[in-house]
Design a protein around this ligand. Structure first.
Ligand code: AMP
Ligand code: ZN
Length: 114
């Protein structure tokens, strides 16, 4: 997707603070952090929303979840706790239509979310 922000970040056409990269995904610092730790785990493949997932993506999404947990652990939040969020479409607040897993940690969080 030539006009996708996260595809451009994956290809290093737009700068970002990359904290993890492997063959399937990157993790970057969110430019507008909502918690002391706010990272985005982004697959290298362009997938617009969770509605576009197929069975072929099961392993990828599982690895994204495990990567988020591993990063949270590296930052000392495994026991304190952290939040992982995928927003999907308008009412959730999704603004970038390339799936990304938010990892938020470092402050108490409320439930239900706003
Ligand atoms: P969402 O609203 O779930 O689609 O989340 C999009 C997230 O991407 C927001 O938290 C934004 O702050 C973040 N974001 C937007 N542009 C950039 C960028 N250039 N680098 C890093 N994060 C970004
Ligand atoms: Zn994309």
């Amino acid at each position: 997707m030539s006009d996708c922000l996260f595809c451009k970040i994956v290809k290093r056409q737009i700068p970002a603070k990359v904290v993890h990269e492997d063959d399937k995904m990157i993790a970057i610092e969110d430019v507008n952090p909502q918690a002391p730790l706010h990272l985005l785990v982004i697959p290298k493949a362009h997938i617009a929303t969770l509605n576009d997932l197929t069975g072929e993506h099961d392993a990828l999404v599982g690895e994204m979840m495990r990567r988020a947990a591993a990063i949270a652990r590296q930052h000392g939040y495994a026991d304190r706790g952290f939040r992982t969020v995928f927003n999907t479409n308008r009412e959730s607040g999704q603004t970038v239509f390339h799936i990304h897993l938010h990892l938020l940690a470092g402050r108490p969080m409320t439930w239900p979310p706003g």
